[in-house]
Design a protein around this ligand. Structure first.
Ligand code: AMP
Length: 224
């Protein structure tokens, strides 16, 4: 059997499907899915000091400071160990450097980095159609799946909501932040780990994307 990659980073703009694909991979390969956005939203909804600090940034579509993002990831790794599918981390070059150095301390390294690429026009359409479950993290398209704000999540039964940053105003900001701060992370990995970095067209169907990702996770290079 081919080896399975255990330390995976999914990069991509908002609504590129990182969360959905990370969930599917987590179920299939039993690797924990870690969304820093979901961890921050959970802190916010519980009203913790960290959540209150984060809310000032997240509600405007801005990134929380690196120190805060790193704090939440460090706490997660301490509790769960270095096996993960990161969705939404690292989002700056500083965070990528932090991740490399904390894995180096554990004599480990990343196994796989995948960039899900999607044009702005599709991002906009998906975000403005998106409805989310803040409990289990599932997302749905209002027009495709027929779910509305306040209807029960088909997966866990909690109420579906529009995220407070899934708005026209916050979206422009999030796209700018992605271009200015997160795309340079791709450049960082192109330099430091070119063999680990793969690109997938996130405009394809969810099943096609999952098949490509799964092939990469089990180390079957997909050149298609
Ligand atoms: P997401 O659910 O990944 O779209 O993240 C939602 C929001 O949480 C982002 O717009 C940021 O405000 C914040 N966030 C999530 N991950 C990070 C991170 N790695 N660094 C800084 N801010 C983050």
């Amino acid at each position: 059997m081919n080896p399975v990659n255990h330390r995976i980073v999914l990069l991509g703009p908002p609504a590129s499907g990182k969360g959905t694909q990370a969930d599917r991979l987590a179920d299939c390969f039993l690797i924990p899915h870690v969304s820093t956005g979901a961890l921050l939203r959970s802190e916010c909804s519980r009203g913790t000091p960290l959540g209150q600090e984060a809310d000032g940034w997240t509600s405007k579509g801005l990134l929380v400071p690196d120190e805060l993002a790193v704090r939440i990831v460090t706490a997660w790794m301490k509790e769960n160990g270095p096996r993960f599918i990161f969705d939404g981390f690292p989002r700056t070059v500083g965070q990528a450097e932090y991740l490399d150095s904390s894995l180096a301390e554990l004599r480990a390294g990343l196994d796989l980095i995948v960039l899900l690429e999607l044009p702005d026009e599709l991002i906009r359409r998906r975000i403005l159609e998106r409805i989310s479950c803040l409990k289990c993290g599932a997302t749905f398209s209002m027009s495709l799946h027929g779910n509305q704000e306040g209807s029960p999540c088909p997966r866990c039964g909690a109420l579906l909501v529009r995220r407070n940053d899934d708005t026209e105003a916050a979206l422009d900001q999030r796209l700018e932040v992605y271009r200015d701060l997160t795309l340079p992370v791709v450049g960082y990995y192109e330099k430091t780990s070119p063999n680990l970095l793969h690109r997938i067209d996130a405009g394809e169907g969810s099943d096609e994307i999952f098949a490509r990702l799964s092939a990469l996770v089990v180390d079957q290079k997909d050149e298609g």
